[in-house]
Design a protein around this ligand. Structure first.
Ligand SMILES: [Zn+2]
Length: 805
């Protein structure tokens, strides 16, 4: 932990955090497996679907239902292994789901034991169709259809567990497709394939600590099985209460009990019967009569052994949280206390030039405009990546993608990363994440530091699944109402501006006419058909490019005008929910106690450079994203920062404003000196003042790495914005020049490449990129090394809880 001059200055300016120990006691941190009593003997679950080729003693026996889908030759069983050789780069073998599988259960994972003649990424896909369309799967081969992926190092028998970040009922899984390699000429030998259901997986859940999910809401959990119990020694503060969630996997009634067993006492202090499985139930226990050092025993009462009970995120909190609102001598920021809570609102796919606060001529977001007026708006903030999977880890760790290492769909954040949630958790804050897609949750290992994570699968989706704000704001409000006195850090991933863009009423007809919808959708279909004729895929199978309209003899401009009306309406629908959140904060008397940071992970191309979507380029419409800070009475109103900032600056800024030490690992910087400087001055004067307060002018870099071969995505590009210029270095892209230079101030959407006119600038910015690359390479996090006998998922969960290194 570093406490720089800047941090000292800012604590002096903005306030002091509560001194001493954090006012919470987390039972998961106190849990000791040695204090577990009466554990039932373990019993391995019966597999629901297991294809075990090693049991075949003869060669050329039936293939247990596995067949060639495409691109494989010589599929047969040899020496107890299903073997074959790939003949294309999209080889597929498949099997139907066995009839015996319990269709009321959910899919959990595929466990595959195999070896290949060379290192491969083995992929799998679940198909909800009795007759998979292999031609279509091959066209879309490298993209989202193969969400499950695991690496085999080649030439020795290894186990790989493939999981998907989505919930499937087994009834939906009609066929299991396996893609053993991505090249022709690879020989594979598969010893076994096992389809693991959620129920099977849970039967195998070890008692003790872990991350457990019910209804796709995950918590730091202590798992117990009847008749076992566990005890913890805790120091209970005065005016304390226990905040916990309870859940079971059983249909039978499970009674959760807590006893005070200090000095051989046996006083029951809590009892709760749960009969509804697969969901969390909130419970509180008043501990005000139990202050002092205590031994608490947690047990389950249930008829029968081995019934499972989850004690979800049990935390002893204080009702009389002491906010030592110190008044520093320099009182320039008004109410100079640290905020009680921090909310990081991430608005997916929101480009800043579609906000009135940034000059857009439609009022798409009156709440954000209000927050910008009453807070600090950063006029030139740059995202470090062009799509969610890569951009969000940068926001959460203040590291560039090159350093945090999450670049492709299956990548997980290293447990060595220090996330913003971990810093808040360690400081005693209650932490929760509300996610809108798999990329921002456990699938990316971004649950590190959260006591609870609401995965996208937990949302009751509205008619259009990208409109998640209403459901997420509901969750956040309930969460806040349950703990109005706690220090808190909430991460809210709002998804409404993401495609498909059509919002629900009334936002669907705010800027697009109801009568125009049929023609609009018809033109979309005709344009997409043109792309398909060329054998090309378009993002999300629904975002056609201008060339597709040209080929269909349709006007792409009028089509895009209509589509933008929907995009803008989606922003407006999301903004209404942010307004509702503000209103609830006000009612709970938390508005002035809460620092809100709003940022987007990336924007969206709407035909500016011949394409649509995001994740394929580093032009302004994709990486110029909004950033604002709001806390009435503390963040000065009307501040408009013109200096270039980076999304990685948000984490140190929020931590700095909370009076917490900023981890040494961060690559961003605290922006509060800019806020203070721009409150009183403008332009060069503000820059000089900010510099004197410790802020430094840094190049803002964005990275693009090959995601897949779909949709004309760039292979590898870097963009750097510095001193009013932007250079894009296309390292491996073939259809673009190696260097593109833009006047960032007058041409923020990067329309006119002026590299030829300014060779000196190209050279200077290339040098910046080279220096930057050295910096981020030196700070690269170690990759995960799987531990013997554990699945990588288990290891990640344990690591992120800090139980293993
Ligand atoms: Zn995104």
């Amino acid at each position: 932990m570093r406490l720089t001059g800047l941090a000292v200055f800012l604590i002096g300016l903005i306030g002091c955090s509560d001194g001493g120990k954090p006012p919470v006691v987390r039972i998961v941190d106190q849990f000791d497996p040695k204090l577990v009593d009466g554990s039932p003997s373990s019993k391995a679950p019966e597999p629901q679907a297991l294809w075990n080729f090693s049991e075949s003693e003869q060669d050329n026996v039936p293939l247990l239902g596995w067949k060639i889908g495409s691109g494989v030759t010589g599929l047969r069983v040899v020496n107890g292994r299903l073997t074959g050789r790939t003949t294309t780069d999209t080889p597929i073998i498949y099997a139907m789901r066995p009839e015996t599988v319990d269709q009321s259960d959910l899919f959990h994972s595929l466990e595959i034991k195999a070896q290949t003649s060379e290192a491969v990424e083995m992929r799998a896909h679940l198909e909800n169709s009795a007759e998979p369309d292999f031609a279509r799967l091959i066209t879309a081969s490298a993209s989202f259809n193969w969400l499950m992926e695991g690496r085999l190092e080649g030439d020795w028998m290894q186990s790989v567990v493939l999981t998907e970040g989505r919930v499937h009922s087994l009834a939906e899984v009609q066929a299991i497709l396996l893609r053993p390699a991505s090249d022709a000429g690879v020989t594979f030998e598969i010893e076994s394939i096992r389809l693991v259901s959620q129920r099977e997986h849970r039967t195998s859940i070890p008692s003790g600590l872990g991350w457990q999910g019910l209804g796709e809401v995950f918590r730091e959990t202590i798992v117990s099985r009847s008749p076992e119990s566990f005890s913890v020694d805790v120091e209970i503060p005065t005016a304390a209460w226990l905040d916990l969630h309870l859940g079971t996997l059983e249909e039978s009634a499970v009674t959760f009990q807590i006893d005070d067993v200090t000095d051989s006492r046996e006083d029951r202090i809590f009892e709760r019967i749960i009969t509804m499985p697969q969901r969390w139930e909130w419970a509180t226990v008043d501990l005000s009569a139990f202050a002092g050092v205590r031994k608490l025993r947690f047990s389950l009462s249930v008829e029968g052994d081995r019934h499972i009970g989850f004690w979800g995120s049990p935390v002893i909190r204080r009702r009389d949280r002491q906010t030592t609102h110190q008044k520093p001598s320099d009182n320039t920021l008004g109410d100079t206390t640290t905020p009680q809570g921090v909310i990081l609102i991430m608005t997916d796919t929101l480009r800043r030039d579609h906000l009135a606060a940034y000059g857009y001529d439609r009022e798409t977001a009156p709440t954000l405009s209000y927050m910008a007026r009453e807070g600090a708006l950063f006029l030139d903030n740059i995202s470090q990546a062009a799509w969610t999977k890569v951009a969000v880890p940068s926001i959460m760790t203040s590291l560039y993608p090159h350093s945090h290492g999450v670049k492709r769909i299956p990548d997980r954040l290293s447990s060595a990363a220090v996330t913003i949630a971990e810093v808040y958790r360690d400081a005693g804050y209650a932490t929760a994440a509300f996610c809108s897609n798999a990329f921002t949750g456990r699938f990316t290992n971004l649950h590190q530091g959260f006591e609870e994570v609401h995965e996208a699968g937990s949302l009751t989706t509205e008619t259009n699944s990208s409109k998640t704000s209403r459901a997420i704001v509901n969750r956040a409000i309930t969460w806040l109402e349950q703990r109005p006195n706690e220090p808190y850090f909430l991460f809210m991933h709002l998804y409404d501006p993401h495609s498909d863009f059509e919002p629900r009423a009334p936002y669907n007809t705010m800027w697009s006419t109801a009568s125009g919808k049929e023609t609009h959708e018809n033109h979309r279909k005709l344009a997409l058909a043109e792309a398909e004729k060329k054998g090309e895929k378009r993002p999300f199978d629904e975002l056609p490019f201008p060339e597709d309209f040209r080929r269909a003899n349709l006007d792409s401009k009028s089509w895009m005008r209509y589509e933008k009306g929907w995009y803008d309406g989606s922003i407006r629908g999301m903004d209404t929910e942010v307004g509702r959140l503000l209103e609830r904060l006000r009612t709970l008397k938390l508005e002035r106690e809460t620092l809100i940071g709003v940022v987007s992970d990336h924007g969206e191309e709407l035909h500016e450079h011949g394409k649509m979507g995001h994740g394929h380029a580093l032009y302004g419409e994709i990486v110029n994203v909004p950033l604002l800070l709001y806390r009435p009475g503390s963040i000065p109103s009307g501040v408009r920062v013109t200096e270039t900032t980076r999304s990685i600056d948000l984490m140190p800024t929020l931590l700095g404003a909370s009076g917490l030490s900023i981890p040494q690992s961060v690559q961003g910087q605290n922006l509060l000196p800019l806020v203070v400087a721009y409150r009183d001055r403008e332009g060069e004067g503000a820059k000089i003042r900010a510099t004197s307060l410790g802020w430094k002018s840094h190049p803002a870099v964005s990275e693009e790495h090959s995601r897949d071969r779909c949709c004309g995505h760039a292979d590898e590009s870097y963009a750097v914005v510095f001193d009013g210029w932007k250079l894009i270095h296309n390292v491996t892209t073939k259809d673009k020049p190696e260097f593109e230079l833009f006047n960032h101030r007058s041409d923020p959407l990067d329309k006119t490449n002026v590299a030829d006119q300014h060779p000196g600038l190209v050279e200077a910015l290339t040098a910046q990129l080279t220096a930057w690359r050295k910096m981020v390479a030196a700070a690269k996090l170690p990759e995960e090394v799987p531990t013997e006998g554990m699945t990588s998922e288990e290891i990640n969960r344990l690591r992120s809880l800090g139980y293993i290194q």
